[in-house]
Ligand binder design. Sequence first.
Ligand SMILES: Nc1ncnc2c1ncn2[C@@H]1O[C@H](COP(=O)(O)OP(=O)(O)OP(=O)(O)O)[C@@H](O)[C@H]1O
Ligand SMILES: [Mg+2]
Length: 249
Amino acid sequence: MNPPDSSNPTTAQSRDPIIALKDLRLTLGSEAGEVNILRGLDLTVGAGETVSIVGPSGSGKTSMLMVIAGLERATGGQVMIGGKDFMKLGEDQLALFRRDNLGIVFQSFHLVPTMNAVENVAIPLELAGRRDAFDRARALLEQVGLGHRLSHYPGQLSGGEQQRVALARAFAAEPKLILADEPTGNLDAGTGQQVIDLMFQMSDHQDTTLMLITHDPALAKRCRRVVRMGDGVIEEDTTSGETARQAAE
Ligand SMILES: Nc1ncnc2c1ncn2[C@@H]1O[C@H](COP(=O)(O)OP(=O)(O)OP(=O)(O)O)[C@@H](O)[C@H]1O
Ligand SMILES: [Mg+2]
């Protein structure tokens, strides 16, 4: 028997930053010449934090998220995610890291149209070698209130339902970090609210770090920390009082 655990490794790990960006630069070529999209950006996020990213259109929010997701490669600086140096990982390693550690939710759902709801959630789990992939997918879909839509295809689901499938998929592998880019951008206010409530509930339940891009000030304030971007850098970084989760610790 192990002695009572005073140095819980999960807790110890949660003290390390899950995101550490230093002097992050992203320059992309366009027909009009090179565009400096991220221009020496610094950001550190601790495990378990909830962070919203706000700022004007074109300020680089999505670009930063794509770098953190390993879907876009920085052209300079340091990118450490979950202790991994993304600048040193190859494409295959990035894809594996993403599969095992990240959940991503996009504005436009990004479901596979030829797969039904259960398959959309289960296939990534199955690829990760989980034998319980389909059982888990069904359980997750029940959790987001879609137990009655398991065999529906994306084209047979409403926008809010599709986004709930996307949430189930994002959380299915119990990722350390959830990245969401305007997850309610294509939904009406009421439906958006339901999706957001679910996202915070699941994130709280799984103790996930949550980074959320939004243009909605009320939604931004639901995160303990609000980071404002402007012209490829962080312009403002505000942390409010304790959240219920932190107060309970
Ligand atoms: N592939 C690309 N090539 C060149 N420039 C790009 C490319 N992708 C994005 N940009 C430019 O980078 C800047 C930042 O874009 P990004 O999508 O990150 O902004 P954003 O803050 O997410 O904006 P929004 O709120 O409108 O979604 C914009 O000026 C955009 O035109
Ligand atoms: Mg964007």
